[in-house]
Design a protein around this ligand. Structure first.
Ligand SMILES: N[C@@H](CCC(=O)N[C@@H](CS)C(=O)NCC(=O)O)C(=O)O
Length: 251
């Protein structure tokens, strides 16, 4: 099987898919898509890779496919991740991430994956952080107050729910569903929150979330795939100064 991943390392869902490919030891070819400059909206991408015009996207060719068979094109990170867990040759590893033969365990993971859209991803503030970083100093206060603050306020509700969930788990490794190994929900949500942790936001008011995120970020594949977002975060931090409210936003 030949797998091509179209992605970018500054994209949260792209990183989740790439980290999973590595965790499952599935070989893949990586293609950088310059989404910030509109590459996903170019005709070639929409026509041949993903009609939704987003990354990550996966193109899969079976080894025994007839020459006239078109490769499968997959979109949406959560669908892609579930697919990868279903086809991974290493069944033991994939069962940790998404236990395809345990309906109840999958339902619990799916619950948090679905929750993630409205409670974490919906308050993605990275675009506005980039805007703040690139804009004129005189506009920074305005952007912080009008754009970033409402997102920070919204995210706090999601962080409080995550905190309650993680506080209720008793295992040695903090995971959302209480297993001793993270699953797809841990991965998707951690990649999303790490995007702003890289800029320097600290979740000091949510101690269990902070510890869980640190534990996820220590995983070697997570660390390797997240290097670029860490560098980008550092650059933003060094140039944006106090405007970001790094210390107290989630205190
Ligand atoms: N729900 C989608 C979200 C994908 C998404 O928003 N990708 C962004 C990058 S993080 C993108 O491709 N944006 C390109 C654009 O909007 O033009 C998923 O999980 O795959």
């Amino acid at each position: 099987m030949k797998i091509d991943l179209y992605a970018h390392r500054l994209s949260q869902p792209s990183r989740a898919v790439e980290i999973l490919l590595r965790e499952l030891a599935i070989p893949y070819t990586w293609h950088a898509v310059d989404f910030a400059n509109g590459e996903t909206r170019q005709a070639w991408f929409a026509r041949h890779i993903n009609a939704f015009e987003t990354i990550p996207a996966l193109v899969v060719e079976a080894d025994d496919a007839a020459p006239e068979t078109a490769p499968s094109r997959l979109a949406e990170s959560q669908a892609i991740m579930r697919y990868l867990c279903r086809i991974a040759p290493d069944r033991e590893a994939s069962a940790h991430w998404y236990a395809t033969d345990d309906a109840l365990r999958c339902a619990r993971t799916d619950t948090w994956l679905a929750w993630h859209h409205n409670n974490v991803r919906a308050f993605d503030m990275f675009h506005d952080i980039m805007n703040l970083h690139l804009t004129l100093p005189m506009l920074k206060y305005e952007l912080q107050a009008n754009k970033l603050k409402p997102l920070q306020d919204g995210l706090r509700g999601g962080l409080a729910q995550l905190e309650r969930q993680l506080a209720g788990q008793t295992g040695p490794t903090p995971t959302l569903c209480g297993h001793d190994h993270p699953d797809l929900a841990d991965l998707a949500i951690a990649c999303e929150l790490y995007q702003i942790a890289a800029v320097g936001y600290r979740f000091t008011g949510f101690a269990h979330v902070a510890r869980w995120l640190d534990t996820m970020a220590e995983r070697p594949h997570f660390r390797d795939v997240s290097r670029e977002i860490l560098d980008q975060g550092r650059t933003i931090r060094e140039h944006s100064g106090d405007y970001l409210d790094l210390a107290s936003a989630f205190a």
